[in-house]
Every structure is written in structure tokens, then in C-alpha cells.
Design a protein around this ligand. Structure first.
Ligand SMILES: Nc1ncnc2c1ncn2[C@@H]1O[C@H](COP(=O)(O)OP(=O)(O)OP(=O)(O)O)[C@@H](O)[C@H]1O
Length: 257
């Protein structure tokens, strides 16, 4: 028997009630993601990418269709799904280290020496060395976002959902964090769904790129990235990658026209 997909969206629909009207954010989204696959999602602003991610995370109940994680319907948020939101939503009164340790403490009631050690590693990886004891207010927006990324990685989730995780970072840090994410993903394989507005970032990081249609969002195109792994800074200059990114760009421009 075939192992279940890590993610299986079947005809997913999401319609919000606003006042006396409704907004149909997603319509008939059907998508599968294999275990340990890295899938990027592109699409015009407002097409329902964040709604898609929140539906997979169990934060929104589908109004049509279903979401399955490892073959089971998602009915509520799960420990094995880590989420990085567009905004990091940190606890303002807790230090960087305590924010990163929060999910472990919440789940088990206390933290172990290994938890602290892993937090220290992630603080280093995300370029936050020296800031472990600082409060979120004392950090730049980009640094706060990196705390959110470290927090999502700390529990080593099977599935990582990322909603434009690097959009608050400067261009150089953004590129560095992308490759750092790939290193973490290669060392500790996980299934990643990565929402971005950057065609280049999607092509450079992902195994597959899904392009969504305008609202109500559905899957318009689903393509494998024609680039071997491992990838590094030199991969960004690969001719096939450029061609692929150009093709994706033309698809998105057509959808925006
Ligand atoms: N909780 C909500 N209540 C009502 N409408 C909502 C809610 N969440 C999202 N929407 C609407 O659903 C649509 C899709 O929003 P969503 O944030 O998922 O899009 P997006 O593709 O992530 O956008 P962007 O790329 O600009 O971040 C929008 O029209 C938005 O106004």
C-alpha cells in the first residue's frame, strides 16, 4: 500500500461570511504533497494563499472539501505542524530564548537541557547570537521574524508551513535564510509548504511550484523545478532555473492582466 501523502487537499473550499455577504477565498483546491517534499506557492495578492495555509494548519475549518495530513483529516492545530506566519506574533514579555522554547514548554510543561541546547543552536543559525535574553521590542522586524522561524523549527515538526517567512528581511539576509532553511531541511527532512511572492525564491528553494489563480484561489499550475540538489548560491545563476523563473513570471503576469 502506498504511504499516505503528507498533505492531501481534496476540493478544498473556504468562504468567509462578512456582514450580510460572503467572500469566497478558495474554490476546489486539490493538491497533494509528498512526505519531505518542498513545495512553493505563488499567486496574486488576495488569492487565498494565507487562507490555504491556515486551513492546512487546522486554524480554519473548510467550508467545502477536506484537508488530510498523513491520511487523517485535520480538525484542529497539531503538534507535528510548525507554522511561520507573515508576522511573527511573539510573546512581548518573553525573551528571545523563551519565545523559541514556548511550544516545548506549552506541550510538556517544562523544558529540558536538550531543548535549551537546540534553542541555542537555532539562535546561532538564525543570526541572533547575543540576543537570547532580549525582548521582542528590542529587536528589528527582521530579527523578530527570525525568532518566529527558530520557534517553528525548535519542535522539529514533520510539516512546516511558511507564509512569506522572509518578506521582512533585507535582500542579503533573505538569501542567507533561504539557504539556511535548505540546509536544515536537508539535515532534518520535513515537508515544507512555502508561500512567497518571489518567483526567484520559489524556484531556487522548492522541488515543485504551485501557481494559484486569482480569487477564488485554486491551483492553476503545478510544476517540478528543473534543478538538481543540493542547491547553493551558484544555483541562482543556473540557466534552466532562469528560464523556469521567467516562465513562472509570465504566468503570474498573465493572471494579473
Ligand atoms: N478571516 C477572514 N474573514 C473574512 N475574509 C477573509 C478572512 N481571511 C481572509 N479573507 C479574505 O480572503 C481573501 C484571501 O485572503 P488571503 O489573506 O488568504 O490572501 P493571500 O493570497 O494570502 O494575500 P496576500 O498575498 O496579499 O498576503 C481576501 O479577499 C481576504 O480579504
Amino acid at each position: 500500500m502506498r504511504a499516505p501523502f503528507a498533505l492531501h487537499l481534496k476540493g478544498l473550499g473556504q468562504t468567509f461570511a462578512i456582514g450580510k455577504g460572503t467572500v469566497e477565498a478558495l474554490r476546489n483546491v486539490t493538491l497533494t504533497v509528498d512526505r519531505h517534499e518542498f513545495v512553493a506557492v505563488l499567486g496574486p495578492s488576495g488569492c487565498g494563499k494565507s487562507t490555504l495555509l491556515r486551513s492546512i494548519a487546522g486554524l480554519l475549518k473548510p467550508t467545502a472539501g477536506s484537508v488530510e495530513v498523513f491520511g487523517l483529516p485535520v480538525t484542529e492545530p497539531r503538534d507535528d505542524i510548525g507554522i511561520v506566519f507573515q508576522k511573527p506574533t511573539l510573546l512581548p514579555w518573553a525573551s528571545v530564548e523563551d519565545n523559541i522554547l514556548f511550544p516545548a514548554r506549552h506541550k510538556r510543561g517544562s523544558v529540558t537541557r536538550a531543548d535549551r541546547q537546540r534553542a541555542a543552536e537555532l539562535i546561532e543559525i538564525t543570526g541572533l547570537s547575543g540576543f537570547a535574553a532580549r525582548l521582542p521590542d528590542e529587536l528589528s522586524g527582521g530579527m523578530q521574524q527570525r525568532v518566529g522561524i527558530a520557534r517553528a523549527l525548535h519542535m522539529d515538526p514533520d510539516i512546516l508551513l511558511m507564509d512569506e517567512p522572509f518578506s521582512a528581511l533585507d535582500a542579503l539576509t533573505r538569501e542567507e535564510m533561504g539557504f539556511e532553511l535548505l540546509r536544515i531541511w536537508e539535515a532534518r527532512p520535513k515537508t515544507v509548504l512555502f508561500i512567497t511572492h518571489s518567483v526567484a525564491e520559489a524556484a531556487l528553494l522548492a522541488d515543485r511550484v504551485v501557481v494559484m489563480s486569482g480569487r477564488p484561489g485554486s491551483v492553476a499550475t503545478d510544476m517540478k523545478v528543473p534543478l538538481a540538489r543540493p542547491r547553493d548560491a551558484a544555483s541562482a545563476n543556473d540557466g534552466a532555473l532562469h528560464e523556469f523563473a521567467g516562465y513562472l513570471r509570465s504566468l503570474l503576469l498573465k493572471r494579473a492582466a
